[in-house]
Design a protein. Structure first.
Length: 363
């Protein structure tokens, strides 16, 4: 993710060619009526030219060159800059008028993680960056594009009052996915890759494992992105298809490696088991979510080992089974906790992950 913080500050005013013409008139002691006679145009036209109301034509620029000695190309350049500045200023007013709509989005979150570079005082800049994020020309197009989308990969099943947070999180993942750099998706290669991905869970540094996983998934045509969770929007992961490529997006919301690994394989379950036409956001209910949960559970701990998952606070049994399976002990612990509903033990086996440190850089 790259952001350009070196964009030059543009003036909040526009200078017309008429301002420069008036300077020349003052310096040479010539009035507007005399200029009109020399240019062979009406006094009204000169008046509108001086006030910036009338555009300076290329033909008149040539005449001005003869009268003032300033090259026509400079007059034409001044006119072009003036019209561009007028358009920019009008655009700023239009963007500022949309700032109340912009406040519906999680702006503090976007600024915290560097997704928005404009300060809260720069209303036009904030709106402009939001439009770029959502790839829309006006915030009035947000609902049609992201809420009532005709595009398959934006149609979610999640029923929530956090529409703006959900769309923001998904839009960030879409931007970071870099689909253009991916090879064609190879489903068979992904299936063959699952054991290698599973083995990476045992590495002592989950952040390094995530980097390797991203590289391996890239090779089989899967985009893998980490986007930090938005406060108040409880999502662990999502899967969707963009331009014939699966995009697996995680939030590391659980802040521990067991939830991370389960979510990863849950989302890969969607890729292998389900169609291209739906966005799957973990946390919803339905047959597909149950199937993805089961895929994750049985991929990490095959059915023939389920009976050995401890049903009591037995750390040694957790570690022994994890070692035999070649997976992180936290994964066995997590499944034991889900079975017993006892979450108050075994925390020493979990690796904590925090956004704003190494985990943020893994994507």
């Amino acid at each position: 993710m790259t952001h350009n913080s070196m964009t030059p500050t543009l003036p909040d005013y526009a200078v017309s060619p008429g301002d420069f013409i008036q300077e020349w008139l003052d310096e040479n002691g010539i009035n507007a009526a005399e200029l009109a006679r020399r240019l062979d145009v009406t006094p009204k036209h000169v008046s509108e030219l001086l006030s910036g109301k009338a555009p300076l034509s290329a033909t008149l620029s040539i005449a001005l060159e003869r009268v003032t000695g300033t090259p026509a190309r400079l007059w034409n350049r001044t006119e072009a800059i003036y019209r561009e500045d007028l358009a920019r200023l009008a655009e700023c007013e239009k963007l500022e008028a949309q700032y109340d709509q912009a406040k519906l989005f999680p702006l503090p979150y976007l600024r915290r993680f560097g997704f928005l570079m404009s300060s809260n005082k720069d209303k036009a800049g904030t709106v402009r960056e939001l439009l770029e994020l959502f790839r829309i020309g006006d915030l009035g197009a947000f609902e049609a594009t992201w809420v009532h989308a005709k595009v398959a990969y934006r149609k979610t099943k999640l029923s929530t009052d956090k529409t703006h947070e959900q769309a923001t999180w998904l839009a960030l993942g879409e931007r970071e996915a870099a689909i253009d750099d991916l090879p064609d998706f190879d489903r068979d290669a992904l299936e063959r890759l699952i054991p290698a991905l599973r083995a990476l869970t045992v590495e002592p540094n989950p952040i390094e494992s995530l980097r390797k996983i991203k590289e391996l998934l890239h090779e089989v045509g899967v985009a893998f992105v980490l986007i930090p969770p938005i406060p108040g929007f409880g999502v662990y992961g999502a899967t969707r298809w963009i331009a014939e490529h699966p995009v697996v997006q995680l939030s590391v919301r659980g802040k521990s490696d067991d939830q991370l690994w389960f979510t990863l394989f849950h989302e890969l379950g969607h890729v292998l088991l389900h169609g291209h036409k739906t966005v799957f956001v973990q946390g919803t209910e339905g047959k597909e979510e149950d199937e993805a949960d089961n895929f994750a559970s049985r991929t990490l701990i095959p059915q023939e080992f389920v009976h050995r998952i401890p049903t009591s606070r037995n750390l040694a049994a957790v570690q022994e089974l994890a070692h035999e399976l070649g997976i992180a002990p936290s994964i066995v612990l997590g499944q034991a906790q889900r079975i017993t509903k006892d979450y108050k033990w075994g925390h020493s086996l979990k690796v904590k992950l925090e956004w704003g440190s190494a985990s943020e850089k893994a994507a």
